[in-house]
Design a protein around this ligand. Structure first.
Ligand SMILES: [Zn+2]
Length: 178
């Protein structure tokens, strides 16, 4: 008996943003972030190309500005480029206006580099604030990938009403990761 398996591969391209967000600029920490651009991403892109697998890459705006050729390479290979905050900020710590401003700013950077606007968001550290859904709707995004209420995709409900926004739950086993 044959079994069909559906699988979605996605990658968060955080690079140096985790250190820079906290104002940490030691060469050691920045080098760990740079590894993603120098060694990690090329390896992943090569693997995906060899097996003809399309994937989604969630990229903070600052990561995209530091490594614009990475974003271009991801888009040129036919992969999706999605939102992942501005500098991997802790979304719940932001005022709504600031979250909105940073999300739009990140979308503009990704749009310019990838050649098309992002249609999906994975909040940094899966930190989905009280304002995030409203911002997702205002921007006309098709889906979010931060919440983990199920194993399978589900529709986000707001005030008891369907939103048309699809939730693609990311892995739950890393919930403690910040
Ligand atoms: Zn991340």
């Amino acid at each position: 008996m044959a079994h069909a398996v559906q699988l979605a591969l996605s990658f968060d391209v955080d690079q140096e943003t985790l250190s820079l967000r906290d104002g940490k600029t030691s060469p050691a920490l920045l080098a760990q972030g740079e590894y993603g651009s120098r060694a990690g991403l090329p390896r992943i892109l090569k693997f995906l190309e060899r097996h003809a697998i399309p994937a989604s890459f969630y990229i903070p705006g600052v990561s995209a500005l530091l490594h614009p050729d990475d974003v271009r390479a991801i888009a040129a290979a036919g992969h999706e480029v999605g939102l992942h905050g501005w500098i991997h900020e802790r979304t719940s710590n932001l005022a709504e206006a600031d979250e909105r401003e940073l999300t739009h700013r990140a979308a503009d950077v990704l749009h310019k580099l990838a050649g098309k606007p992002p249609v999906g968001l994975r909040t940094a550290s899966w930190d989905f604030s009280d304002a995030t859904l409203q911002i997702v709707r205002e921007m006309g995004l098709l889906y979010d990938s931060s919440l983990m209420a199920d194993d399978d995709p589900y529709e986000l409900i707001s005030d008891g009403k369907p939103t048309g926004i699809v939730e693609l739950p990311p892995a739950t086993f890393e919930k403690s990761y910040q």
